[in-house]
Design a protein around this ligand. Structure first.
Ligand SMILES: Cc1ncc(COP(=O)(O)O)c(C=O)c1O
Length: 393
């Protein structure tokens, strides 16, 4: 089974580039150049240096002793929450800003849900002195206020998306509209493993540093490169893609994906795409997508802004369809409880997105000798208001 994208941009039945004609030159320029750019020694050198000195990589692989005791298995946390800007998103924005510079672009646009990708984009634009516009749903602007302030402080313009559910999907629509209107000078930094080819592959490659590091870190700590399981939450799927990447073709490593079930998979208020989705096209790619009988996209819901998306990236649809991974759906309540548990057992307040991955212990029983690596994709600072309201702190 192959989990690399093929020449046409497909993972099995999923992927491709379904784009309006106006975007074709931009996407084609990227498609024909991205691998050459990423393979240039000068690119690699700059990327590695920034990841090390600016982002603070490698991020630690932390053995969570008390969490392990509680769940009677060996749990390691991949600490993407300790990256500069507080999440995995910056691995990708560093990579893409370097690509954009080499393509001669002087204006960056991005979409954001939780605001972490927006902050990571605003950050690299400040670093490079490039103009930055971030589209964000009106609801997300309210629930992720600290990140909105950070983006503004970094010099970015935050434009509200007021249509639909006023969340990530709608912000993405606005960003695509902007790109169509500004095709020459603008690069669109997509923040997840979604979008038209080559975005899912490009984002996955930038995020694959996560599993590259896990391999040698685990070798140092446990004497073996391969854990028994890797676990990650899935919004569009970038932290998951990066966490799985170097293990996908290694059948001894179990792949576990955790989606947001919101108020319950069948409550009508969820974002459990693998359970509810059917093949469809969203934001430039063919993938699993929550939709009505007649193909209209269903409005998603999750307490977590970063998982509040009606699709998953095409790699994940392929992993699901080929049964390479196990998919679980976690409700708001279970995720919040898991976030509180990590805070009080390990002294780490996770992003609510990551709390979904941490809730895996409700659904899956591991053996005491299993090594389970969980992607701690982000820190909880941005979510304090939501935690405060929920737990009446
Ligand atoms: C901390 C954190 N984790 C996970 C996600 C979900 O995105 P992805 O599925 O692309 O990793 C987000 C999105 O904003 C996030 O901020």
């Amino acid at each position: 089974m192959n989990y690399q994208v093929n020449e046409k941009g497909y993972y099995g039945d999923f992927g491709g580039a379904y784009i309006p004609e106006m975007l074709y030159p931009n996407v084609e320029e990227l498609r024909t150049t991205y691998l050459d750019i990423m393979n240039e020694p000068s690119f690699k050198k700059e990327f590695d240096q920034l990841l090390r000195d600016y982002v603070g990589r490698p991020s630690p692989l932390y053995f969570a002793k008390r969490l392990s005791e509680k769940h009677n298995t060996k749990v390691y946390l991949k600490r993407e929450d300790l990256n500069h800007t507080g999440a995995h998103k910056v691995n990708n924005t560093i990579g893409q800003i370097l690509v954009a510079k080499r393509l001669g672009k002087n204006r960056i646009i991005a979409e954001t849900g939780a605001g972490q990708h927006g902050v990571a984009t605003a950050t690299v634009c400040a670093l490079m002195g490039i103009k930055c516009i971030v589209y964000m749903g009106e609801i997300d602007i309210k629930r992720q206020a600290p990140n909105v302030a950070r983006m503004k402080m970094l010099g970015a313009e935050v434009r509200p998306a007021k249509s639909g559910s006023k969340t990530l999907k709608d912000a993405t629509n606005e960003a695509i509209r902007d790109w169509i209107n500004n095709p020459v000078d603008t690069h669109y930094i997509i923040g997840s493993a979604i979008g038209p080819h080559p975005y899912p592959d490009m984002v996955t490659r930038f995020q694959s540093i996560i599993s590259e590091e896990i391999k040698w870190q685990l070798k140092e700590k446990e004497g073996r490169e391969h854990p028994d399981y890797v676990v990650a939450c899935i919004g569009g799927g970038s932290n998951a893609a990066g966490t799985y990447y170097h293990f996908l073709e290694e059948p001894s490593v179990g792949i576990i994906a955790v989606e947001a079930a919101g108020k319950g998979v069948h409550s009508g208020e969820s974002a459990a795409t693998s359970q509810l989705g059917k093949e469809g096209i969203i934001h430039g790619c063919k993938t699993l997508l929550m939709q009505t009988q007649d193909g209209q996209i269903t409005e998603p819901y999750s307490i977590s802004a970063g998982l509040d998306y009606p699709g998953v990236g095409p790699l994940h649809s392929h992993i699901y369809k080929t049964a390479r991974g196990e998919f679980y759906s976690v409700t708001d309540d279970d995720a919040m409880a898991a976030g509180l548990e990590l805070s009080q057992l390990e002294g780490i307040i996770p992003a609510i997105e990551s709390s979904h991955a941490l809730a895996i212990f409700n659904d899956k029983k591991f053996r005491p000798e299993d090594i389970v690596v969980i992607s701690l994709s982000g820190r909880g600072d941005k979510d304090l208001d939501t935690y405060i309201d929920y737990f009446k702190l």
